[in-house]
Design a protein around this ligand. Sequence first.
Ligand code: FBP
Length: 336
Amino acid sequence: MIERRQSGRPVGYLNINSLQSHILQGEAAAAGSTGDFTWILSAISLAAKAIAARVRMARIEDVLGDSAGANVHGEKQQKLDLIANELLMRCLGSRPSLALVASEEDDQPTILRKADEGGKYCVIFDPLDGSSNLDVSVGVGTIFSILRNDPTIPGAVETLCQQGSKQVAAGYVLYGSSTVFVLTTGNGVDMFVLDPTIGSFVLVKRQLKIPATGKTYSVNEANRPTFPEGFSRYLDWAQQNGYSSRYIGSMVADLHRTLLKGGVFLYPPTKKNPEGKLRLMYEANPMAMIVEQAGGKAVTGAGGSRMLDVQPTSIHQRTSVVIGSRDEVDAVVKHL
Ligand code: FBP
């Protein structure tokens, strides 16, 4: 029986800790911190709330479906891809410590300011991941990665092309049955849920750990005929060993489930995408940092090398992905 106070709240109720106050606590604990980083995270959480509202109202406001444009990959841009992109750019644009921002929806990075004008950080993001699921109200998300700006590197693209292990922070927002914000700043993973009654992301889980095992694989099996043989061997083994399959088709949603329940998410090389479909800088790397910080593993599907050690050569490059529970990633790699 839960003991309750007058207020009806359980005794010993978790103190309400918002994303903002949680970040400020982290900043206070970090020697020499200036608050610049906090400003950037607050911009992302502001944009996430605005995007959540637009996603929920999309059919009523009739902003579903394709826009006239296509992104650098030649993929049709959804109207909401562009709305989410603009909301993030507008929220981040006013942050004084940001040098560069880059997005899946823009061919080139946007230069906001030079290092000697205070530009210490760079943000790269996928404004609305899984947007092919928008029309059917299935979970979609925003994925972001924060890097340092190196004033000694002249070019914007060269500045951004840092290994994933250099990320200062990474996170995603899932616009699903609830709006969930998952964040790592390199000291573990914390999870927040948007409480619409107060308009704040509230801390619901500190130091989230991914289970070491989970008999669930997540892959688009329709592509199986064109997977490299090793992936087919793995799927045979998994199906002979009682594994279940779950695939939503939104990386954020599939990885959120994998993070909480365990298992493995895969996007192998295919005939259509021989180097893999997902983008290294704003899909694979941020997710890899989160999963590693939660005790899991993330490797490329080409040889099983550590995702965060891959040296990027372009901001829109693709990669194959095997990411999830430590033992499940090892089980895949063993078959490759
Ligand atoms: P975008 O929607 O940002 O382009 O993301 C790509 C994505 O939708 C991932 O979210 C998802 O994991 C994958 O593509 C699904 O691909 P497929 O339809 O080939 O299985």
